[in-house]
Design a protein around this ligand. Structure first.
Ligand code: PLP
Length: 365
């Protein structure tokens, strides 16, 4: 078998090895079914048990209250950028508030504008999206249909430490790049959604956790595939769901419960991993220039630049030599980005920290 590298890609991203191994072991024939997950009917009892188990795992890990649906949808996070306002803004006669902290927040608002009137509650553009706002900086409309925010801006590497305080206004969150990195109080959210390919499974499935009253209030005249009501009533089986993706969500959440324990332990592990890299950045006396302000640093995506862009290629080459891949940053931020999602082993982060230290020693003027 080809040797596995440490994959620091922002997404699709590293998955837990035990989950991949179980999928590999059972790929030709699921136990008790004798057919592959790639072949089996979504109406079969075997698949029924898989999708129920995936939901049960999520409910357990996040203590999702009874008055929330858990949906497994397609179209990625970006379909939710449109689907959420389509369902709960369009007919409301209200406006929606958007907190813009980076690339994904900007993409979300653009889609929302196709569905109804939008207000900007805060925008971090002035400082090139290097921090999250405090509650007192938010310009919220108490009568908004909802407030939307991005819990972790994947490209900028900034993250909310706690969700913004919005009172009784429904809070909508794109948690694509930090879903399940820690336990969050689901009862504070109206909708919490995440595409799978960062922290949860392969591309193709999106988890949408939505409070039941929002589903009940949602627009009536929508195409079935775009209606939360239809998807909730059919338990995500209105049409053929992304069966393999749902199966992997089950295996990845099984892994969290059996190998890590719970989301508090997951968070401890994630904080330790991130600290290894931020410590190197801080100790480098400016050699590594972290993009994020300290209080907004992401524990999922660590973004940093070098003093001299000429050093970028040699850094990537040295990292690649040690099996550390996909570290190039997004062009809007420059430099590097180490995405260290739940499934990135501590050993991979330790090795990166070591390479960063020795590169700094050799190249610091
Ligand atoms: C990756 C990402 C998206 C885009 O997800 P798609 O599934 O490709 O639509 C949206 N939001 C955030 C925060 C992301 O990290």
């Amino acid at each position: 078998m080809e040797k596995r590298v440490y994959n620091f890609s922002p997404g699709p991203a590293v998955l837990p090895l035990p989950a991949l191994q179980e999928a590999q072991r059972d790929l030709l024939a699921l136990p008790g079914a004798g057919m592959s997950i790639l072949e089996i009917s979504h109406r079969s009892s075997t698949f029924g048990k898989i999708i129920e188990a995936a939901e049960a795992n999520l409910r357990k890990l996040l203590s999702i209250p009874e008055d929330y649906h858990v949906l497994f949808l397609q179209g990625g996070a970006q379909l939710q950028f449109a689907m959420a306002p389509m369902n709960i803004l369009r007919n409301s006669g209200k406006t929606a508030d958007y907190i813009i902290c980076g690339t994904w927040g900007n993409t979300a608002i653009k889609q929302a504008k196709t569905q109804g009137p939008i207000r900007v509650a805060w925008d971090g553009k002035e400082t090139n999206y290097n921090r999250m706002p405090s509650n007192s900086e938010l310009d919220l409309n108490p009568d908004a249909a909802y407030v939307h925010f991005t819990s972790n801006e994947t490209i900028q590497g900034i993250q909310f430490q706690t969700e913004p305080a919005v009172g009784i206004i429904p809070l909508l969150c794109d948690a694509s790049s930090d879903f399940l990195h820690k336990k969050v109080p689901v009862e504070k959210y109206g909708i919490l959604y995440a595409c799978a390919q960062k922290n949860l499974g392969p591309a193709g499935v999106t988890v949408v956790i939505i409070r039941k009253d929002l589903v009940e209030r949602s627009c009536e005249d929508l195409p079935s595939m775009l209606s939360y009501r239809v998807m909730a009533e059919s338990k995500s089986l209105y049409n053929t769901p992304p069966c393999f993706g749902v199966y992997m969500v089950k295996l990845v959440t099984d892994w969290i419960m059996s190998e890590v324990g719970d989301l508090d332990k997951m968070y401890e592990r994630n904080k330790k991993k991130a600290q290894l890299l931020y410590d190197v950045i801080d100790a480098s006396e400016g050699f590594y220039d972290g993009h994020a302000e300290r209080a907004s640093r992401s524990v999922m995506n660590v973004t940093f630049r070098l003093p001299d862009p000429e050093l970028e290629k040699p850094f990537l080459a040295e990292a690649a030599e040690r099996g550390l891949m996909e570290l190039k940053g997004h062009r809007s931020v420059g430099g590097f980005r180490a995405s260290i999602y739940n499934a990135m082993p501590v050993e991979g982060v330790e090795l990166l920290a070591e390479v960063m230290k020795s590169f700094c020693k050799k190249n610091r003027k």
